[in-house]
Design a protein around this ligand. Structure first.
Ligand code: 15L
Length: 280
């Protein structure tokens, strides 16, 4: 398949490129500027995600889009709005106009990061974004649903955990996604016979994972790596400095710009009326 890969200069794209190529995909790379590491003969189309026409042009003539481009951390709302929210709409609309077969969208666990770590989530769990960044990913998933329901454009939204070469924090023992497992999940999403508007968790076969993803099994995703193999290695950051980060799935995204003075929402929901009164 000929795939447009947005965010080609990012770390995840860099790790995926040789793996997807080895799996038989031909890649058209896109980003604001041509990544220095890209070989001279690689197909590159410059497009800033905020530039609708450039994004639409980049989508022309490919089979599918792998949309990795984004601000990948918490930021000011206006920046997230322009790049992650408007930019993702440009991608879906570009794919629709170009008649691309499907979009694989890099969503994130931060769309549901406010859930407590004690919760075992699946793809039907309610949205609980932990940041403007997480909100933008929830929006992208809804956009994917909308483009399927209204325009018949298929997609897989991958709720990626922590995609790194190796886990580097205790939280990653639950959230880690190895580069090989991500490549397998992307490949399966691209090749699946039918997707509709699917949501899959991007997580390796970690013993301590918080997400049980039955739907990814339906496309044959069988993660091979397990963060447990890295448990107890030196350099693993633990514990996180803020208790909010340790009790919620989203980690440090949860405490960023947090102003709540009432008990955290899960405790609040579990409290009786009298206890609630006492904490007002
Ligand atoms: C993400 O979605 C971020 O892009 C990345 O920076 C990590 O924070 C990752 O999630 C994570 O949750 O570890």
């Amino acid at each position: 398949m000929h795939i447009l890969m947005t965010g080609a200069g990012g770390a995840v794209a860099t790790a995926l490129t040789p793996r997807l190529t080895a799996l038989g995909h031909s890649l058209r790379f896109s980003d604001r500027v041509r990544p220095a590491a890209l070989p001279a003969d690689a197909e590159f189309v410059p497009a800033d995600l905020t530039d609708r026409d450039a994004v639409h042009a980049a989508c022309d003539g490919v089979d599918a889009v792998l949309h990795l481009g984004a601000i990948s951390v918490e930021d000011a709302f206006d920046a997230i709005l322009d790049v992650n929210i408007r930019g993702t709409q440009h991608v879906f609309e570009g794919a629709r106009r170009a008649g691309n077969r499907r979009v694989v969208f890099a969503s994130s666990n931060h769309a549901v990061g406010m859930h407590p770590r004690s919760a075992l989530l699946d793809e039907t769990s309610p949205y609980r974004p932990d940041s403007f960044y997480g909100l933008s990913k929830a929006y992208g998933e809804l956009l994917a649903r909308f483009y399927w329901d209204k325009h018949g454009l298929e997609s897989a939204s991958l709720r990626i955990g922590s995609c790194e070469a190796a886990p580097s924090q205790k939280r990653h023992l639950s959230t880690w996604l190895s580069h090989d497992d991500l490549a397998q999940l992307v490949d399966r999403s691209l090749r699946a016979e039918r997707l509709g508007a699917a949501i899959f968790y991007g997580v390796s076969a970690n013993d301590r994972r918080w997400w049980r993803d039955r739907s990814a099994e339906t496309i044959g995703y069988r993660p091979k790596d397990n963060a447990e193999a890295h448990a107890g290695k030196p350099g693993m950051l633990d514990p996180m400095p803020n208790p909010l980060d340790e009790t919620h799935q989203g980690g440090t995204f949860v405490s960023a710009n947090y102003t709540r003075t009432l008990p955290p929402s899960d405790l609040w929901e579990a409290m009786g009326a009298e206890q609630k009164q006492g904490s007002l």
